[in-house]
Design a protein around this ligand. Structure first.
Ligand code: ACO
Length: 425
């Protein structure tokens, strides 16, 4: 027997039936695609908190248990045993790479890591204090003008080529936008270095000075990239899919995703964590700020705590907490900022207010501290998130593309405005 759910309209006793769909994991889903045609009504779901907008086989999250899987592999396993590029390959190709596939993937990305020299004029045109996210978003959009030879998006070879280009070029654009914003000389990609090491090299190096990159620093950044690689239908991924549903070119979709990621409620949160720690100023002030976070009459929120989906310890935060401790002990820093962070973490993990509301430190809390410890400036934090998230966005775009038919994203609304007004003469 088909599983269905029946809805009764109490106003007139009419009943309507909807199919129940089952995934391989996670809650069942009521198929309401015929809701309007059956009932003449819309459903109301502000922020889509109860709405599945697509079928996907890329990432699975159980927010109650605190689980995250990519293509069926648990994030704790991937973080312990694999690199960011392994996960990027997995998202794109559905399987983890073997040794040869990994080498080839890495090589193909390296080959594409340079950007068209004409793009330098774009960086040049921005004011020196431009936020790197603004420059990054504009430059990714510009890629479609500079790389217009792969625009047939009905050809899998062409869109897979484009996917490789975007993943390879975004770190270069990100590093260049930072160097330009500071007036530092541009450092071109170094093909002898791995993906993550090369990005850190382009950020930190000088033409006249040897740059010392510690393996633990590269590992910490690689882990940050990996833990941001995909997170199913979050705001930026939904944006990429929504723009993709109009058949826009993927460069335009990714540029839109970058815009969505910028806000403090999404990718801007780890920058917010550090700014808040700086505002707190000293460990002695922590109690005062904790009291503010708990005060119902104060809108102040502790940045880096709580999550819309995870009502348990965010599995990414668990991995990053360990990484954070390892990095800090190996590079030996003990700043006031770190003391404040440690004190907040300890209070939040034991205080009744935070425990009863499931407000655990989230991935942004630890990634903020790690990026600060790596000497990465605050305004680059969201940019780092973009580099990590790009393989996820591209994989979601490919999945959309390879579905039977694309349905344009076009939600409805509950209109609450004026009606039938007569214009005043
Ligand atoms: N500090 C203090 N109290 C908080 C916090 C916080 N960071 N987050 C939630 N609360 C409280 C709320 O005041 C509310 O209390 P009440 O029940 O007494 O009214 C309760 O916890 C539930 O809060 P909601 O806003 O309903 O939780 P929601 O799931 O909608 O919000 C969010 C999640 C937006 C992440 C929120 O926890 C927050 O603002 N956190 C700080 C910003 C942040 O760290 N964002 C990064 C998210 S992770 C990511 O994007 C990768």
């Amino acid at each position: 027997m088909k599983n269905t759910v029946t809805l009764t309209d109490n106003r007139n006793g009419k009943t309507y039936e909807f199919d129940i769909l089952n995934g391989t994991m996670g809650p069942d889903v009521i198929d309401i695609s015929t809701f309007f045609s059956q009932t003449g009504m819309f459903t109301f779901d502000r922020g889509y908190t109860s709405t599945a907008m697509c079928r996907s086989s890329i990432t699975y999250i159980d927010g109650v248990k605190g689980e995250l899987m990519h293509r069926g592999y648990d994030i704790a396993y991937l973080a312990k045993n694999k690199s960011f590029l392994d996960v990027a390959y997995l998202l794109l190709n559905k399987e983890l790479p073997n040794e040869d596939e990994y080498k080839n993937f890495k090589q193909e990305l390296k080959k594409r890591s340079y950007i068209h020299e004409g793009m330098m004029k774009i960086f040049d045109a921005f004011p020196s204090k431009a936020h790197p996210m603004a420059v990054l978003q504009a430059s990714v959009s510009a890629l479609s003008a500079f790389y217009s030879d792969h625009l047939n998006m009905d050809n899998p070879d062409e869109y897979r080529e484009m996917a490789m280009r975007i993943i390879a070029k975004i770190p270069t654009i990100a590093a260049f936008s930072y160097r330009f914003s500071r007036g530092y000389p541009i450092i071109y990609p170094n093909l002898d270095r791995g993906f993550t090491e090369n990005f850190l090299y382009m950020l930190r190096s000088y033409p006249y000075e040897h740059v010392d990159l510690k393996p633990i620093e590269v590992k910490a950044l690689d882990t940050v990239f990996m833990l941001h690689a995909d997170h199913e239908q979050n705001a930026s991924t939904t944006t990429v899919r929504a723009v993709g549903s109009t058949h826009a070119h993927p460069y335009a979709c990714i540029a839109a995703g970058i815009g969505a990621l910028w806000g403090w409620a999404h990718g801007g949160a780890n920058e917010g964590v550090i700014r808040q720690l700086e505002e707190i100023g000293t460990a002695d002030n922590v109690d005062k700020y904790i009291a503010r976070a708990k005060d119902k009459n104060d809108s102040f929120r502790l940045m880096g705590f709580g999550h819309r989906v995870y009502k348990n310890f965010d599995p990414r935060a668990k991995v990053l907490k360990k990484m954070c401790d390892e990095l800090i002990s190996q590079i030996g820093i003990n700043t006031e900022l770190l003391k404040i962070a440690r004190k907040i973490e300890q209070i939040a993990l034991t205080d009744e207010y935070f425990i009863s509301r499931n407000l655990y430190p989230n991935v942004d809390f630890y990634s903020g501290i790690i990026l600060k410890a790596l000497g990465i400036p605050n305004e680059m934090f969201a940019v780092i998130f973009v580099i990590g998230r790009t393989p996820g966005w591209i994989s979601q775009w490919i999945e959309l593309k390879e579905q039977d038919s694309i349905k344009i994203v076009r939600p409805r609304q509950l209109y609450v405005g004026e009606k039938n007004r007569t214009p005043h003469e």
